[in-house]
Design a protein around this ligand. Structure first.
Ligand SMILES: Cc1cc2nc3c(=O)[nH]c(=O)nc-3n(C[C@H](O)[C@H](O)[C@H](O)COP(=O)(O)OP(=O)(O)OC[C@H]3O[C@@H](n4cnc5c(N)ncnc54)[C@H](O)[C@@H]3O)c2cc1C
Length: 435
């Protein structure tokens, strides 16, 4: 029997566990350990609450935990409750699937001002992550700036723009829904260093901005390259740019909110007395390699709420080699060192869709199976050893049945137009479990 510990219950963790369960059938025991009492990582806490069909991927992960292929062990922060060295003693392989949950910083003056938040914090707040339950983003000003030209920036701008009725069917948490309903924000500026041809926004997400009840998207026609240049784009990017052209061409429909695209603008400072009041940007141009270069011309974009959506990094864990530049664990093809592996965003950095984590997890599982052929044994104590160690420390883990209990409580508490009202704080989870 082989013993495996997968650390992190997001997509990468679940796909890796699924691959290991398939490769080893009855000859391995797999623990999926998460610091939170509830599973799914960014599926629960990152993917936008109004994108329920995407969040439904968790049903596939349920099968891994319910089919006996793997055991969910929640409420155990690795590097804190238990160390990597301890896990390596207990398991044949430890696979880090801890994601990249920390916001990259902008590195500009004024970043520490009130009202400046990272997207991990903002989406964690509207998705009910306990670390951001008290974020309380300021919605009292009439302008917000969203920095970044990827899908996360679109998610954030859309959430800031929707009416209450448009959140029907979503699982946005109650505190966010209430605050957004009272929001005074009327102009949301999406700021990107490069131009329409360089965006990393997918057509479906961009197209949604064209169908909002109370907001319209605006693009400055002069920012668009000549239409014939779109032919050189790959089909997805061409569709995205098509949406931008529609936003540039539409007549003002008189909707109360506007999402403005400000291309060729590089943030250089945030200014304000006690809190953010404006984002200062430098106008850019593209060089021959398609990179943005500053022109020296600066101007201000108003914003008492400034949300940076410029990427993430993996927090280091004691005893695990770290790649500072990449902001992830140092690895070669998912191998960190003897018996230690990484997958998903902790391996590759924060890029790719949910589905990208599947081949990634399967590849690392295959590497492990080659080194430790199914049927062999390493004589490790595995989950039984972990349970003994945790009991010794007085630490209570949650299991998949506990998650089901929490899920049932969330479903029972749901608003009429929502599938669930998420429990947001550790204390609430533990209360429901009777701990
Ligand atoms: C805002 C946002 C929206 C997104 N929307 C989409 C979308 O609509 N469609 C799409 O395809 N992709 C989307 N993505 C990308 C997708 O979420 C990622 O590709 C995917 O979640 C990465 O999976 P992961 O398992 O590597 O990390 P994560 O999903 O972050 O999972 C990491 C897990 O590790 C746990 N963990 C962390 N540290 C520890 C520790 N020390 N001990 C124990 N456990 C730990 C965490 O609690 C978490 O459960 C989005 C990403 C973001 C940030």
């Amino acid at each position: 029997m082989r013993q495996f510990a997968v650390i992190g219950s997001g997509p990468a963790g679940f796909y890796t566990a699924e691959a290991l369960a398939k490769a080893y059938a009855e000859t391995a025991e797999i623990d999926i350990i998460d610091k939170l009492p509830v599973p799914y990582g960014l599926i629960r806490f990152g993917v936008a609450p109004d994108h329920q069909s995407i969040k439904a991927v968790s049903r596939r992960y349920d099968k891994v935990a319910e089919g006996g292929g793997a055991r969910f062990v929640g409420n155990i922060a690795v590097g804190d409750a238990v160390s990597i060295d301890e896990l390596k003693q207990l398991y044949d392989a430890v696979i880090l699937a801890t994601g990249a949950p920390h916001d990259r910083t902008l590195g500009i003056p004024g970043e520490q001002l009130g009202g400046v938040v990272g997207s991990a914090a903002f989406v964690g707040w509207d998705n009910g992550h306990p670390d951001f339950a008290d974020l309380d983003p300021p919605f009292d000003g009439d302008a917000a700036a969203v920095i970044g030209n990827g899908n996360v920036a679109l998610d954030v701008a859309r959430i800031l723009s929707k009416t209450r009725a448009e959140f029907a069917g979503s699982d946005i948490v109650g505190h966010a829904l209430e605050a957004l309903e009272k929001s005074a924000i009327r102009t949301i500026t999406i700021v990107g260093r490069r131009g329409p041809h360089q965006i990393a926004m997918t057509p479906k997400e961009l197209g949604e901005l064209g169908h909002l009840a109370g907001a319209e998207a605006d693009v400055e026609p002069a920012d668009l390259p000549p239409a014939e240049a779109d032919a050189a784009l790959e089909p997805g990017a061409r569709k995205s740019v098509h949406h931008l052209r529609e936003f540039a061409a539409h007549d003002d429909a008189g909707k109360p909110k506007h999402i403005r695209f400000d291309f060729f603008a590089r943030p250089v400072a945030i200014e304000g007395k006690e809190r953010a009041e404006r984002l200062i940007v430098e106008r850019t141009a593209l060089d021959e390699a398609g990179q943005s270069v500053g022109t020296g011309e600066t101007y201000a974009i108003p914003g008492s709420l400034i949300i940076s959506c410029i990427g993430y990094h993996t927090p280091p864990i004691d005893g695990v080699p770290y790649d500072e530049r990449g902001g992830r664990f140092a690895n070669q093809g998912g191998v960190i060192g003897d018996g230690l592996f990484c997958v998903g965003w902790a391996r590759r950095g924060p890029s790719g869709t949910i589905g990208t984590n599947r081949p990634d997890g399967y590849e690392v599982a295959a590497t492990i199976a080659e080194a430790m052929p199914p049927g062999s044994s390493g004589g490790k104590a595995g989950g039984l050893g972990l349970s003994a160690l945790l009991a010794n420390r007085g630490i209570a883990a949650t299991d998949f049945d506990d998650w089901r209990t929490i899920e049932a409580a969330e479903t029972a508490a749901a608003r009429p137009d929502s599938p669930r009202e998420k429990l947001v704080r550790h204390a609430d989870w533990l209360r429901v479990l009777g701990h």
